[in-house]
Design a protein around this ligand. Sequence first.
Ligand code: HSE
Length: 283
Amino acid sequence: MERRRLIKVPASSANLGPGFDAFAVALALFIELEVTETGSFAIETDLGITRDRSNLVVAGFERLHPADDFSFRISSEIPLSGGLGSSAAAYLAGLIAADHLFELDADLLALAGELDGHPDNVAAALNGGFVVTTGGEVTRFDPPDGLEAVLVVPHEAVATREARAALPDQVPLADAVFNVAHGALLMLGLARGDFELISRGLDDRLHQTYRGPLYPRSDDLIARAEEFGALGATLSGAGPTVLVWTTLETTGGVVEALTAEVADWAEVSRVRFETDGADVSEL
Ligand code: HSE
């Protein structure tokens, strides 16, 4: 009988303002992969992605086992325009499929981190919830009750490579101190479910400052988030997507205000913080 696995991996938003390369959260938008041992290699998908061995899902799979005898059916709700961890989710989906099929018990965090280069996205997608990553270690916790989010996804993509190239090698000490203080406020706010602290903790000077000129409309929205009724907003990963932070009471109004504001250049949607990480089942 053909062996088959179904893998579901969530999107993620990294950095969360002050936590450059260290903080991230999983979001309830998923890539789904069905892998079947058919005896020949094939990729089935409606997405605008490559259909050969360079496909990220297949590259993840082949990191652990050749893909010659497998067919890969890939669907995804994760926008590809940048900032929502779509590549981390894709690599993980392939790795998890091979790991489960061949009972390898591989170090998925390390392998996906190596392939994708963004361990923050990988940690959130693998574990779900909010994560803090320090090298190889991940600390995870659940989102506080009543905290919600809205995504502003620009139509125009920006490559993460380009957004990393915009960063300096060194930053002023005062900016590093600013981020330590704001990162601590944000974590304390999330742990206590204190929305005022969360709002105060969303500022950043380590990456958003430098990346802003690459996507001035996202940058402007982040600066003005409170005008729309939000707690604040952060550049999602390397952008250009913006994660807008809201509460149960304010999300509806924020969606309405933002939809009117960005109608000609971006999509606005509510998104749930996802508590569960990547999942695999045998079909
Ligand atoms: N922390 C990474 C960055 C995330 O900001 O470049 C990339 O998704």
